[in-house]
Design a protein around this ligand. Structure first.
Ligand SMILES: Nc1c(NC[C@H](O)[C@H](O)[C@H](O)CO)[nH]c(=O)[nH]c1=O
Ligand SMILES: CC(=O)[C@@H](O)COP(=O)(O)O
Length: 162
């Protein structure tokens, strides 16, 4: 997936003074772990201090919006990470839709940037590739870490945004 990723960044973003929350689901834990580590590595590369990163887990992706709200007051930006994989029922469709909409609402409610780290995959292989676990894969967690620092800095520069 050579085209994947957040592209060329307009300037250098410094995360030195940022507090970042990561809330992740535990379903599909191998993929989740790779995504969380990808995000953590990128946050640290961009200067975020380890003691300014709070990590919380929730059972599944459906619980992500609640988890985000629990962290919202303690940090400048939250990354919500979950991995939904299509099974044999309509479960996937309902949860994908509901969680995506609710995360957008939660972002407005908390008036802080929220990074959408919800993979909605049709197969296990799709999820593994997006966590960098296949030879042609790319770890989206890394992009989410970069997006978190960029958006936290940008929003800080626009105090009347929300
Ligand atoms: N099937 C997946 C789930 N299902 C669990 C729900 O998210 C939820 O935890 C449960 O229904 C209790 O409310 N979660 C994922 O993150 N990924 C899945 O593929
Ligand atoms: C509630 C569930 O997680 C489960 O019944 C969903 O089944 P599937 O993933 O096969 O659609």
């Amino acid at each position: 997936m050579p085209w994947a990723g957040i592209g060329k960044v307009d300037r250098k973003y410094d995360g030195t003074n940022l507090r970042v929350g990561i809330v992740h689901a535990r379903w599909n834990s191998e993929v989740i772990e790779a995504l969380v580590n990808g995000a953590l590595d990128k946050l640290k590369e961009l200067g975020v201090k380890e003691h300014n990163i709070i990590i919380e887990s929730v059972p599944g992706s459906f619980e992500l919006p609640t988890g985000v709200r629990m962290l919202a007051n303690k940090v400048d930006v939250v990354i919500a990470i979950g991995v939904l994989i299509k099974g044999s029922t309509m479960h996937f469709e309902y949860i994908s839709e509901a969680v995506s909409h609710e995360l957008m609402k939660v972002q407005r409610f908390m008036r802080k940037p929220l990074i959408f780290g919800l993979l909605t995959c049709l197969t296990d292989e799709q999820a593994q590739a997006r966590a960098g676990l296949t030879s042609d894969g790319h770890n989206h967690g890394s992009d989410w870490g970069a997006a978190a620092v960029e958006m936290a800095v940008k929003v800080e520069e626009h105090p009347t945004l929300w």
